[in-house]
Design a protein around this ligand. Structure first.
Ligand SMILES: [Zn+2]
Length: 294
């Protein structure tokens, strides 16, 4: 059912900055991308062409004019390809306005304000106190911090890949059993939200690469929570993590193509049954995999 809810938003529009930034923090040219509002072109800055959806958890792909040398989204460097294409994405909890700072060849700097629409998350109110962390013993913590360090290091690896330009495909087909962003609220206190898309599939089901990429982590000794964990970088700071795998058929450094078999689904780590948990990040931003599929 959730599969049918995936967002399709192919609006292409031109956004133009409207003036120079004199004060560093001033916003100019509000571009209400998600509402399809088109700002007036200002030839001095040329056109920015965007496709996608400026929504929490969502992604915009864009093409910058030739006189742009670099881009930053709220201080984070944005990868700008030689052909001027780029990608920006919005965290599950992104503020309702983000600033795209544009550095031009002639030294000028322009800010575009991008209105980020709120995501629609499945919230479940539980009339019970929030549970304490049952995994807070010292042994677990030590192991966990080593795992988190490995994950962070893998996600920092910069690879050459154009996977970020592709329309993604589902790594496995099956019932969409857990949606990105879903959250339980315990007597007013929010638990941590669900960080990926869950697809139920029998143990042994082959899963494939949703887009081209390079393997940056292939943990065959199961991690405490993620189990056998595979992370693929798609370039431009975008990566996919596949959790609870039964078996991984690729290794670190392998270049993979969209649709290529990567391993089989399982229930390793903290999982109640066999399923694929597919998580995606752009830099530090957690994003919704379903919004990368068109
Ligand atoms: Zn999950």
């Amino acid at each position: 059912m959730e599969m049918a809810m995936r967002v399709f938003c192919g609006l292409a529009l031109a956004i133009a900055a409207v003036s120079n930034v004199s004060a560093a923090e001033s916003f100019v040219g509000v571009a209400a991308v998600n509402q399809g509002v088109m700002a007036r072109n200002t030839p001095d800055y040329g056109d920015f062409a965007f496709t996608g959806s400026a929504v929490q958890g969502g992604v915009l792909r864009g093409r910058a004019p030739d006189d742009i040398v670099s881009l930053q989204l709220d201080g984070m460097d944005v990868y700008l390809a030689e052909d001027r294409h780029f990608l920006i994405a919005f965290d599950r909890d992104a503020p309702n306005q983000q600033r795209l700072r544009i550095m031009m060849r002639d030294g000028r700097t322009v800010d575009l304000a991008i209105a980020v629409a709120p995501g629609k998350w499945r919230l479940e109110h539980i009339n019970a106190p929030i549970r304490g962390n049952s995994s807070s013993n010292a042994d677990f913590q030590k192991r966990r911090s080593a795992e988190l360090a490995q994950i962070a290091a893998a996600r920092d690896v910069i690879v050459e890949s154009n996977g970020w330009r592709q329309n993604f495909i589902w790594p496995v087909t099956g019932r969409y059993s857990g949606s990105f962003g879903a959250q339980r609220i315990y007597q007013g206190f929010p638990g941590s939200y669900h960080s990926g898309a869950d697809i139920a599939a029998p143990r042994g089901t082959t899963f494939v690469a949703p887009a081209d990429g390079v393997v940056v982590l292939a943990a065959r000794a199961p991690f405490t929570l993620e189990g056998n964990l595979l992370i693929i970088s798609h370039g431009a700071g975008l990566n996919s993590a596949f959790l609870h795998c039964d078996r991984l058929d690729v290794k670190v450094g392998d270049v993979v193509r969209q649709g290529q078999a990567l391993g089989i689904v399982g229930a390793t780590g903290r999982a109640t049954g066999p399923h694929m948990h597919w998580g995606m990040k752009w830099g530090l931003h957690r994003v919704s995999p379903a919004l990368f599929i068109f």
